[in-house]
Design a binder for this molecule. Structure first.
Ligand code: NDP
Length: 283
């Protein structure tokens, strides 16, 4: 068994991005909007700001009160859509209940949608013309590349069908010619499906759900989950110690997919800047 070191790979890719940004005449700029005081979101936006700084991306985080109305947020998005100094706009999810998340995602200019959550970017991904791709599955694909894991003709199982992880993950793997089974909470016989998989990507948010008897000898296991176990310790969806004994390659939590997600967000910001300054427009 070999551990996929997401932290080291992320550091290497961030250094490559730093060099790329150094050579850019117009430096990429990312506007992050956080509404309310969700403590996990505060940690995420802080980490994004730090990564941006390391790479040479200008970033600003706008902290808005929990009581912000949908109209106020939509007005701000309009403003940053029109402002050429910002190449990426990211609204940290989740949003307070009074704001319709779908409306907000739809309001962001697809060219500046560095999270890749706009329906236009989702549609492009599903029709084989990816431009802005959700960061977490994009990070997993980079891991496959870095560790020479070919998807060609493989049986892949994705656990979880969210718009931000499971669905785009399945599509990206299918693009690389894997045969993908996308499972969710209503899937029957989930364990048996996993047992046939050459590659399992789990994104369900259930602490240590994937046990050794789910996994075929020599399978590759990617753990996207970020959960707390019974002792309150950060853990993934995979029971790491027992699964590691059967897997050929496995990601740890922490230090696996997490650092790659932020790195891919930075990469998309650089790409958005390059496309916008080259005058490319989706619409
Ligand atoms: P969601 O809650 O949006 O989706 C969870 C998915 O898992 C749903 O499709 C759900 O099925 C499915 N599911 C839940 N329980 C089970 C089960 N017992 N068996 C099979 N399927 C199940 O989560 P996200 O996609 O946003 O995130 C998933 C996990 O990944 C979370 O732990 C999250 O913290 C983590 N995450 C980590 C990131 C990172 O950078 N490392 C980034 C993003 C997320 P159904 O659709 O039927 O409800």
């Amino acid at each position: 068994m070999k551990i996929i070191d997401g932290k080291a790979l992320a550091a290497k890719l961030q250094e490559e991005l730093r060099v790329r940004v150094e050579g850019m005449a117009v430096k990429p700029a990312l506007m992050v909007i956080l509404v309310g005081d969700n403590s996990a979101s505060q940690v995420y936006v802080r980490n994004k700001a730090r990564a941006a700084e390391r790479i040479g991306i200008k970033s600003e985080t706008l902290f808005l009160p929990e009581s912000t109305s949908e109209a106020e947020l939509l007005n701000l998005i309009d403003k940053y859509n029109a402002d050429e100094q910002w190449h990426g706009i990211l609204v940290q999810l989740p949003l307070p209940a009074q704001i319709d998340e779908d409306k907000v995602l739809l309001a962001i200019d697809p060219n500046k949608d560095v999270d890749g959550f706009h329906p236009m970017n989702m549609g492009r991904l599903w029709t084989g013309q990816p431009v802005m791709v959700p960061s977490t599955p994009a990070g997993v694909m980079e891991m496959f590349k870095a560790y020479d894991i070919s998807l060609e003709g493989k049986q892949a199982v994705v656990l979880g069908r969210s718009n931000i992880v499971g669905k785009p993950m399945a599509q990206l793997m299918m693009d690389q010619n894997a045969t993908v089974t996308l499972c969710h909470s209503r899937t029957q016989g989930l364990k048996a499906i996993c047992q046939k998989a050459d590659i399992i990507v789990s994104a369900i948010g259930q602490a240590e759900f994937v046990k050794a008897d789910f996994v075929k000898e020599g399978a590759v296991v990617i753990d996207v989950g970020m959960n707390r176990n019974a002792e309150g310790k950060l853990c993934g969806d995979v029971a790491f110690d027992e699964v590691a004994e059967k897997a050929s390659l496995i990601t740890p939590v922490p230090g696996g997919v997490g650092p790659m997600t932020i790195t891919m967000l930075m990469k998309q910001t650089v790409t958005a800047c390059e496309r916008l300054t080259a005058g490319f427009d989706n619409e």
